[in-house]
Design a protein around this ligand. Structure first.
Ligand code: PMP
Length: 306
């Protein structure tokens, strides 16, 4: 990743990609106290467009607020940083990674007098899973790692350190031959994937866990709205893993994973064992939407780069 051409927006300037470096005593590298976002820009007929940029930037600022980290830029400056990262790297579509982190001005948990640095990088990252998975679905394993508890870490913050839990879970799932992990909360109810929210469909009703111990996903919100507008009731409730086993359909949502069907959980086939009709419909609407084909109805959600 580090050895490539282009530019990264770092502390208000576009820095050559290979020079966008930090010191080994960077505070966030040691303790994981930082916040980030995962944002996507899609290719459209009018050039690249960032999907729900303002919502991502709002969550970025909320995450920082939760960690009591003062971001030294305005939301407008951060939005503009995203646009310039795409423009200056000439990207037709992109994954964007804004992050705020403490510098190397000091060590120790008090984190006094540390500078908050902000970066935004953009690069082409076409598909999180294989393209076939969007149609066939993925294999998922319930994780032996419990999702964060609301009073242990801050689940509403997209915080760097929170992702140690995600990485442990994902790598456990991968090493067991699955494609993704399903994490349960500390009471044993379904929370989310390592980097995705989860949904199930049963008898025409769509269910997703309450937000208690999962991230307030922007794709989750999008899919809930799209589903309701297409006549599907959507209910947020506690879900058990065996409700997923007997669901008609299940899928993950996330900026990276998009709308990803789940074909199998813990060795049990879900529904027909492939993308179900409701998932297929919502996935198709989602892809049309992010590619600028539904701008008459959802144009506000796209920020065109030029
Ligand atoms: N949960 C977790 C833990 C995540 O990391 C992500 C990805 N940001 C999501 C859910 C999905 O959120 P979004 O749709 O905003 O990408």
């Amino acid at each position: 990743m580090a050895v490539r051409d282009g530019f990264i927006w770092l502390d208000g300037e576009l820095v050559p990609w290979q020079e966008a470096k930090v010191h080994v005593l960077t505070h966030t590298l040691h303790y994981g106290m930082g916040v980030f976002e995962g944002v996507r820009a899609y290719e459209t007929a009018k050039g690249p467009a960032i999907f729900r940029l303002q919502d991502h930037t709002d969550r970025f600022f909320n995450s920082a607020h939760i960690l009591n980290m003062k971001l030294p830029y305005t939301k407008e400056q951060i939005n503009e940083a995203h646009l310039s990262a795409i423009r200056e790297n000439n990207l037709p579509h992109a994954y964007l990674r804004p992050m705020a982190f403490y510098g190397s001005e000091g060590m120790g948990l008090r984190a006094h007098n540390l500078k908050v640095h902000v970066m935004v990088a953009a690069w082409e990252w076409p598909s999180y899973m294989s393209p076939e998975a969007l149609e066939l679905g993925i294999k998922v394993r319930t994780s032996s790692y419990t999702r964060h508890h609301v009073n242990i870490t801050m689940c509403k913050a997209k915080a760097n350190g929170n992702y140690m839990n995600s990485m442990l879970a994902l790598n456990e799932a991968l090493s067991g031959g699955a494609d993704e992990a399903l994490l349960l909360d500390n009471e044993g109810y379904v929370a989310e994937g390592s980097g995705e929210n989860v949904f199930l469909v049963r008898d025409g009703i769509i269910y997703t866990p309450e937000l208690t111990s999962c991230l307030d996903g922007i794709t989750r919100k999008t899919i809930m709205q799209l589903a309701e507008e297409r006549g599907y009731p959507v209910r947020e409730k506690r879900i058990t893993r065996d409700e997923l086993y007997i669901a008609d359909e299940a899928f993950f949502t996330g900026t990276a994973a998009e709308v990803m069907p789940i074909r199998e959980l813990d060795g049990r086939i879900i529904g027909a064992g492939k993308r179900g009709p409701v998932t297929e419909q919502l996935q198709a609407v989602y892809f049309d939407l992010v590619r600028g084909k539904l701008d008459d109805d959802y144009g506000d959600w796209l920020t065109y780069v030029s």
